[in-house]
Design a protein around this ligand. Structure first.
Ligand code: ADP
Ligand code: MG
Length: 349
């Protein structure tokens, strides 16, 4: 049996090469780049105008913020706050941080708006298909296994409680397993952007995996640019370039993290309704929103819905969305009018 796993680094490419006429500040400044690994992916922070000592301070703060985010949200670490909540089988409210409460509240809201397509309680199914902390299956799960995992699923079983003495998380299903992997990158990206802003910088580009926030100008005095990758296995094929203007962007793509089992390509995005990996023409969904967390929640929901429902919902909710579909004649792109305002270059080829 042939089993191979693919995981491309990121569907968003960070561009420093300017395609636009210079329109930023005239003085060229030094750019500091701080990068490394986190949450099974890479992070990169580019900041303009930092001194050597500020750069060292930034690095230290970034590392400790990422460590804290991972400690909150990771399902790969047994002692993270989320893992401990998943291990707990009671129904008493458990204390959580405000940040984690925000991530869950946003996820639950997007879950409701996507009619359960974005579902942070889909964890048992994610694990069954081999995309969680447990390894990939060597055999296709049976319908019985899928049905058993589906019984542990349901957003209605999870509640965020905000009280004057703090925020709490409560479940009414002992086996409920919360998986925040799909918003983890957006969550961390927002935190890093806030951290950089908090140190007084207003020209920066921050990314964690497929989530990015950028603001202001790069070292050439041009707006930072982010390229949406073509949905092929080649890393640097560019489909479109956007200027974020302080917003957050996130891409989810079924071509990015998958493996092949018995000749079938299995995506790491699971449709909670069928309990199986998604299989449709929509191969990539990119969303721009006021936060990377919001964008990261929507991109997964839209991927699960497939192109028709995703387009209808994006229009109804006035979302800035860019979808790429695979057709017999190649890739086809679709974008909402809201997304168009961020586009700098589009390649339909
Ligand atoms: P990536 O940025 O790597 O494409 P995504 O943001 O698309 O990741 O999230 C994929 C991850 O989300 C999966 O690995 C799984 O842990 C989780 N997941 C899979 N299906 C769903 C779903 N329907 N709703 C929420 N999370 C999901
Ligand atoms: Mg996502």
């Amino acid at each position: 049996m042939l089993v191979s796993r693919y995981s491309l680094r990121s569907a968003l490419i960070l561009c420093c090469a300017g395609l636009l006429a210079a329109c930023g500040p005239a003085d060229k400044q030094q750019v500091s780049v701080i990068s490394g690994k986190t949450m099974g992916t890479y992070y990169r922070v580019s900041v303009l105008g930092a001194s050597k000592s500020q750069e060292a301070e930034l690095r230290e703060k970034i590392e400790s913020q990422l460590k804290e985010d991972d400690h909150q949200l990771s399902t790969y670490k047994d002692d993270s706050v989320l893992s401990r909540f998943n291990q707990y089988t009671g129904s008493e409210p458990q204390p959580i941080s405000q940040g984690m409460a925000d991530a869950i509240t946003t996820s639950l809201r997007i879950g409701r708006l996507t009619d359960g397509a974005m579902d942070i309680t889909v964890g048992p199914l994610v694990n069954l298909w081999g995309f969680g902390p447990t390894k990939q299956p060597v055999k296709m799960p049976t319908q019985e296994q899928i049905d058993a995992a589906k019984k542990l699923d349901g957003l209605q079983h999870l509640k965020v409680i905000e009280q004057s003495d703090g925020t709490y998380l409560q479940k009414d299903l002992p086996g409920l397993y919360v998986d925040l992997s799909t918003v983890g990158e957006g969550y961390a990206t927002d935190h890093l952007a806030r951290l950089v802003e908090g140190m007084g910088f207003s020209d920066y580009l921050v990314s964690v995996g497929g989530a990015v926030v950028s603001r202001g100008y790069n070292e050439k005095g041009r707006p930072w640019q982010v390229a949406i990758q073509k949905p092929t296995d080649k890393e640097n094929a560019v489909q479109a370039i956007v200027d974020l203007q302080g917003m957050g962007i996130s891409t989810s793509g079924s071509y990015r993290n998958y493996y092949e089992l018995d000749g079938v390509r299995l995506s790491h995005i699971i449709d909670p309704k069928t309990g199986r990996p998604i299989q449709h023409k929509l191969v990539s969904a990119t969303v721009i929103a006021s936060t990377a967390l919001e964008a990261d929640g929507w991109d997964t929901g839209l991927m699960v819905l497939g192109e028709k429902k995703a387009m209808a919902l994006a229009e109804q909710q006035h979302l800035a969305v860019y979808l790429i579909m695979k057709t017999p004649d190649g890739f086809q792109a679709y974008m909402t009018p809201q997304f168009k305002t961020y586009i700098r270059k589009a390649d339909q080829g």
